[in-house]
Design a protein around this ligand. Structure first.
Ligand code: SF4
Length: 455
């Protein structure tokens, strides 16, 4: 019997030494932000994350050199005594995915860009784009699933709102249904190829879209009796309090409904920060839903949240977790009391961000920020911090900060403005989906963005 066909039950996947789904714990994962060719730095991020509670780490494999380094990274991590599975993140390169599947314990592919851009363009303009797309994908995936089955490698179908196949967008638009249909189409192809060791993820930077799509996919799988583990998260959440608030709102709502088998908090910060906040979310998902001092005033529709949090991470997880129990009430305003947090700036920021993500009131600029990976040389955390400093306090405006030209333009979604890194320091400024300027450094890019927005 082929390795990949062993021990796989509906709703469960086997990723290296990890059983995912079907009654197993919700596992935390993160992704390295280093250049994969920097072996030592990548190993360091993996080991630090494992020590903080990551069950699995994902590493970008943009090219063959990175794959060679991935092999070395894995070897050294094992030598250091860590048996945690490693996932290889592949875009645009079916050939690379096949090679990586011989080494990694999981391959993450994106249906929107698994086959090369030129092949996708030819198909999009053909007479039967949907049928041709499925046929091409089937053929491209055949080899990969053979290698995965022979090596016991899992596949994650990582569907992202910013990179959906063209025929799906044409039929369903940019909707949660489109996300579900893209996932279902890929699952069907994998099943037709006899491959079942699959984890799925459906992500968008829009929280409601992410939650709606995950719910719909879970329901669909249950109705059809074809269950697969679901990896959950909100993509391009950015950093700091707003990034955590967006992630908490999406992830906790899903966990509240019993949805989610692995999770990643995508922050434009270190992987360790992602894991630490993920731990807070998991901790709260197992706690009583509402503090006894929390109450809702039916008369003026005011929600008073009481929290015993001692840190900002605890506070965010706690207020979101409590808010979810009242989300069906009409809430006009809210007040947060947390005697353990003395910094009033943090209290105001958390309160504003909760108002914003819950849709009660738009009080701030919305920032979208990719978490960064091996495909960027830009200091994403530093850039996000600069942007927030300069452009906070502009409610109704949405600014995206993306780390690379490979995925940035597609994944910045419906942002009013986008800054996309095109090199170590250089940035391209977008207005909507149109590039309007290229700048050699952050300072000049921010200056021109300021001129566009404010002057
Ligand atoms: S947009 Fe950001 S996270 Fe996505 S591939 Fe590019 S650098 Fe990596």
């Amino acid at each position: 019997m082929k390795k990949g066909h062993q021990h796989i039950h509906p709703g469960m996947a086997r990723v290296g030494n990890l059983s995912v789904g079907k009654g197993h714990p919700v596992w935390l994962q993160s992704m390295t932000k280093t250049d994969t060719r920097d072996t030592d730095a990548t190993i360091k991020q993996c080991i630090e994350s494992f020590e903080k509670g990551a069950a699995l780490m994902r590493i970008s494999i943009p090219d063959r050199t990175a794959l060679q380094h991935f092999t070395l990274i894995q070897k050294k991590i094992r030598q250091a005594g860590f048996q945690n599975p490693l996932a290889a993140d592949i875009h645009y390169r079916a050939d690379l995915a096949i090679e990586a599947a011989r080494v990694a314990q999981k391959i993450r592919i994106n249906p929107g860009n698994f086959v090369s851009a030129s092949k996708r363009e030819n198909i999009a303009s053909s007479e039967h784009p949907a049928d041709n797309y499925k046929e091409l994908t089937y053929n491209e995936l055949r080899k990969l699933t053979d290698v995965c089955n022979n090596n016991g490698t899992a596949i994650r179908i990582g569907v992202n709102a910013g990179s959906l196949p063209t025929h799906i967008i044409r039929k369903f638009g940019h909707t949660s249904t489109a996300l579900v249909e893209a996932t279902a189409e890929y699952l069907e192809i994998l099943e037709n190829l006899g491959f079942f060791n699959t984890v799925i993820s459906i992500k968008s930077s829009r929280i409601r879209e992410t939650v709606a799509a995950c719910r719909a996919m879970q329901e669909r799988m249950q109705v059809q009796g074809r269950l697969y583990p679901l990896h959950i998260g909100v993509t391009e959440a950015g950093n700091g309090i707003s990034g955590r608030m967006k992630s908490a709102a999406g992830i906790l709502e899903l966990l509240h409904s019993g949805i989610g088998d692995t999770l990643r908090v995508s922050l434009s910060e270190s992987p360790v920060n992602e894991i630490l906040f993920g731990r807070e979310l998991l901790k709260h998902a197992g706690m009583p839903r509402v503090h006894p001092n929390t109450n809702y005033n039916h008369k003026n529709k005011h929600f008073n949240i009481y929290s015993e949090a001692k840190t900002p991470d605890q506070l965010i997880a706690d207020v979101v977790w409590q808010f979810i129990s009242y989300k069906n009430e009409t809430i006009n305003d809210l007040t947060i009391k947390a005697p353990g947090i003395s910094d009033q700036g943090i209290m105001k920021n958390v309160s504003d961000q909760l108002l914003q993500v819950s849709g009660i009131r738009i009080v701030e600029t919305e920032f979208v920020g990719c978490p960064g990976c091996a495909r960027t040389e830009m200091d994403m955390e530093g850039l996000c911090g600069e942007i927030k400093k300069r452009f906070s306090g502009l409610p109704g405006l949405k600014i995206a900060v993306m780390g690379c030209m490979v995925n940035g333009p597609g994944e910045m979604g419906d942002a009013d403005y986008g800054l996309i890194a095109s090199g170590k320091d250089s940035l391209i400024l977008y207005k909507g989906q149109n590039p309007i300027g290229k700048y050699p450094d952050i300072k000049s890019a921010l200056h021109h963005l300021q001129k566009e927005i404010i002057d």
